[in-house]
Write a protein that binds this ligand. Structure first.
Ligand SMILES: N[C@@H](CCC(=O)N[C@@H](CS)C(=O)NCC(=O)O)C(=O)O
Length: 215
């Protein structure tokens, strides 16, 4: 049965899309217009009670939370497409560790920048340079840790690409795109090489082709 992905044209959903493509999982997309508030419609809230995308339906299994969804598909299709979980329990531990780092350390300051710089103006808010600088400083410290980590291995969990790397794609794409702070990546040699590698994957290029102008 073909997987259904609700609300595919958002950053969190793109995290799922790139993994579905890497795993060679067939899917169809169901649009959810966030600007019209369709994520808060009673029918949609039955699928996702917090009113956010993505949601996937895989047969009888309905799931939300993008990072839970990518873990699910990477495990379900472990032996199909790119292995994104590592071969040993130790590798798996590192994949999980860096997935958590993405969610807990990397994502919050970038999300702050996206909300202030990209979406704030849609709500008539002018970005406050002091608050932007604070988020940038927080992110900078996180990126220094990444730079050090990537001096020891090509990818976050070691010498193999994994969910941990791919999970960074959508919001880093905002950072180098509409946020206009690509220098935060380019000023760090190892981080810059890692970004070129993961963002150059055919799977991510396909996602970008689906939503031109999103980032
Ligand atoms: N932690 C959730 C975040 C989901 C999320 O915030 N999605 C945004 C789009 S990127 C959304 O649906 N926003 C709708 C809203 O806030 O009303 C995940 O990773 O799936």
């Amino acid at each position: 049965m073909v997987v259904k992905l609700y609300g595919p044209d958002s950053a969190a959903s793109n995290r799922v899309l790139v993994c579905l493509i890497e795993k060679g999982v067939e899917f169809e997309t169901v649009p959810v217009d966030l600007f019209k508030g369709e994520q808060r419609a009673p029918e949609f809230l039955k699928l996702q009670p917090f009113g956010a995308v993505p949601v996937v339906q895989d047969g009888d299994c309905t799931l939300f939370e993008s990072r839970a969804i990518i873990r699910y598909f990477a495990e379900k299709y472990k032996h199909q497409g790119t292995d994104l979980l590592g071969k040993t329990i130790e590798e798996r531990g590192l994949v999980e560790q860096w997935l958590e780092v993405e969610a807990q350390n990397y994502h919050p300051p970038i999300l702050d920048l996206v909300l202030k710089i990209v979406f704030g103006p849609f709500r008539g808010l002018t970005p406050d340079p002091k608050l932007i600088k604070e988020s940038e400083d927080k992110l900078s410290k996180v990126l220094d840790v990444y730079e050090e980590r990537l001096s020891k291995g090509k990818y976050l969990a070691g010498d193999f690409v994994s969910l941990a790397d791919l999970s960074h794609l959508p919001f880093t794409q905002y950072l180098v795109g509409k946020i206009g702070k690509g220098y935060m990546i380019r000023d760090r040699k190892n981080l810059s090489a890692w970004w070129d590698d993961i963002s150059g994957r055919p799977s991510w290029k396909k996602v970008l082709e689906l939503w031109p102008g999103q980032y």
